[in-house]
Write a protein that binds this ligand. Sequence first.
Ligand code: GUN
Length: 292
Amino acid sequence: MTAELIDGKAFAAALRGRIATAVAALRAEHGITPGLAVVLVGEDPASSVYVRSKGKATVEVGMEGFQHRLSAEAPQEELLALIARLNDDPAVNGILVQLPLPRHMDEAAVINAIAPEKDVDGFTVLNAGRLATGQKAMVPCTPLGCLMLLRDRLGSLAGKDALVIGRSNIVGKPMAQLLLADSATVTVAHSRTRDLPDLCRRADIVVAAVGRARFVQGDWIKPGATVIDVGINRTGDGLVGDVDFDAVREVAGAITPVPGGVGPMTIACLLANTLTATARANGLPEPEGLTP
Ligand code: GUN
């Protein structure tokens, strides 16, 4: 059996199209243009690429993009003062501080300084707690994108055995919460997990977010399983995921490629969150299909 490819690129393009339509309607009917502020501290090359593509995607759907760059040596107070200004700026509906931050900064303190209603990354403790307790939250973009792809492929996730490999605050933990909220039976594996291959063989859904190139092997996969590869690893032979794609593809029912799978969904979901935040800020109905 050769797995069906889950075309995240096409799904994300359709999502961005719907967002652009909704943004145009917001402007025409209410004179509102959603604004997204992206903050980059330092010159990490990968972060610079991400921030540029986020800015480009923002403008393409008709939103206003604000980019703020601070030097790698900027004191934390300068970043906190910028966040405070953005929190108070009515033209800004979403704030994203690109991670990782320089080592002299307290990441949690910086993230939690973002107004929860503008926290389009869903990283503040308030939004993480809301997600965990089933309250209306801003949901982290990558797991939200994975959830959309899974629902599109499988319909209801109720009762499915889902294995999330990785326990980061950005992907693993919120992914597990989203799957649980959809009534999947969720296992979270990590570096200290014993007998990962065996756990994996029981899973109908595997979400790999470990950051290790080609880590998930073909003989770990239950025939017909749906495999979502969150990894983006730069190797000698280009970008590869956390899944040994060629081997897993022969066993799985469906799989996301790298690139062209989860990656494009992350940016589309950032725009979705910005639109949702704008609707909420203005007391307008939220466009459908953008939140869990
Ligand atoms: N660094 C890597 N992924 C992300 C993300 O989704 N959001 C932010 N802010 N930083 C990141």
